[in-house]
Design a protein around this ligand. Structure first.
Ligand SMILES: [Zn+2]
Ligand SMILES: [Zn+2]
Length: 380
């Protein structure tokens, strides 16, 4: 869906004055505010649109950039490809701001030092094989992000110049306005609450103090991580605007499916097929573990589906020193492609055992006794 023109959203002319924009915004915001339109999704969306338009058009620099480049000036290009990044504003912010702007006070820009907004946190989805997750690994990832602008050192002001303290608000970011009997605090219209004004913006970053860049980072994955575990790289998120501190980068592990093992916390599960003679007579088989094959003794008369626990052959926990177990479920494989001779031998075996089913196949006998009783009960 393409974005509507910001001037259109606020129903103002392209050359509208700052006052007109503010007026239009207040009128619309009052009308569309979610507190007045509880549960109305369409109005909520409109409200967000209006708020976004206002934030751009109310800021001299952003408005100039928008006039020149359109919506492209604020798109964070390159995101979404490859890593998969979360981001975006949460709803709490949207409300905090409008109350700050309209009713004065309480907004997140209220505090003296908190005007500088920290850069966004980023999330990087990292796919790992089970082996990599279990053993740990150091690997390089490429992250599209914003970094502090070099030429202006993140200030946003052209080299040799610097941001000046805003003369309207004297650096406070807020101004007192009279409305009838009340004095109301408002975000400073000259500097949009930043407290500083840049008269000659840096050309590299268009005055933003940060530029887009794909960073290459080395990430150490500790042994034992599982799907959903996050590794925080402090300060490796997006650089903030105008030299504000950077956000954090969260690398989120996603362990891919394995051909043999299924992981549940720190235990591993696998299925091992065994022949019916091994099941009947017992014997040694080899079972896979993450460190290679190990011997497993199958006792005689083992039934299909029996689970064998190999202690300590699971995954070493990333949080504690404990190690999980490997659970091997044996499944009896019915022989296939029998030759005539082989089939004859099986028939002979069956005949020999036939006279005493209850001895060799107690389950089968018990089952059919149960079935017979079931039908007898129905008849009576
Ligand atoms: Zn710059
Ligand atoms: Zn100001």
């Amino acid at each position: 869906m393409s974005k509507r023109d910001y001037y259109e959203v606020l129903s103002v002319a392209k050359d509208a004055s700052e006052r007109d924009i503010k007026k239009a915004y207040k009128r619309l915001a009052m009308k569309l505010h979610p507190d007045r339109n509880e549960g109305d999704k369409a109005k909520e969306e409109q409200f967000k649109e209006v708020k976004e338009a206002y934030e751009i058009l109310n800021d001299d620099q952003k408005r100039a950039a928008y006039d020149q480049y359109g919506h492209a000036a604020f798109e964070q290009g390159g995101h979404g490809g490859g890593g998969g990044f979360g981001g975006g504003q949460d709803f709490g912010d949207a409300f905090g701001d409008i109350f700050g702007d309209i009713f004065g006070g309480g907004g997140r820009r209220g505090g003296g030092q908190s005007r500088q907004r920290r850069g966004s946190d980023l999330r990087y989805n990292l796919d790992l094989s089970l082996e990599e997750a279990v053993k740990g690994k150091t690997l390089e990832i490429k992250v599209p992000t914003f970094v502090s602008c070099d030429p202006c050192d993140g200030s946003g002001a052209k080299k040799g110049t610097s941001a000046k303290t805003c003369s309207t608000c004297h650096g406070h970011g807020q101004v007192q306005m009279r409305q009838g009997l009340f004095a109301v605090q408002q975000t400073c219209p000259t500097c949009s609450g930043k407290g500083k004004v840049i008269s000659s913006p840096c050309t590299s970053c268009r005055g933003q103090g940060r530029v887009e860049k794909t960073k290459t980072l080395s990430v150490k994955i500790p042994p034992g991580v599982d799907t959903g575990d996050r590794i925080r790289l402090s300060g490796e998120g997006e650089a903030g605007e105008h030299g504000a501190p950077a956000g954090d980068l969260y690398v989120q592990a996603n362990v891919k499916e394995h051909k043999i093992f299924v992981r549940d916390e720190n235990h591993l599960y696998c299925e091992v097929p065994i022949s019916f003679t091994t099941a009947a007579l017992g014997g040694d088989i080899e079972v896979p573990t993450l460190e290679g094959k190990v011997k497993l003794k199958i006792p005689k008369e083992t039934q299909t589906g029996k689970m064998f626990r190999l202690r300590g052959k699971g995954v070493k926990s990333v949080r504690s020193h404990s190690t999980g177990d490997l659970m091997c479920k044996v499944v009896i494989e019915t022989p296939v492609s029998l030759s005539g001779d082989q089939a004859d031998l099986l028939r002979q075996l069956e005949e020999k055992m036939g006279k005493s089913t209850s001895k060799h196949s107690p389950k089968e006998t018990g089952f059919f006794d149960g079935v017979k009783k079931f039908f007898d009960d129905l008849k009576s």
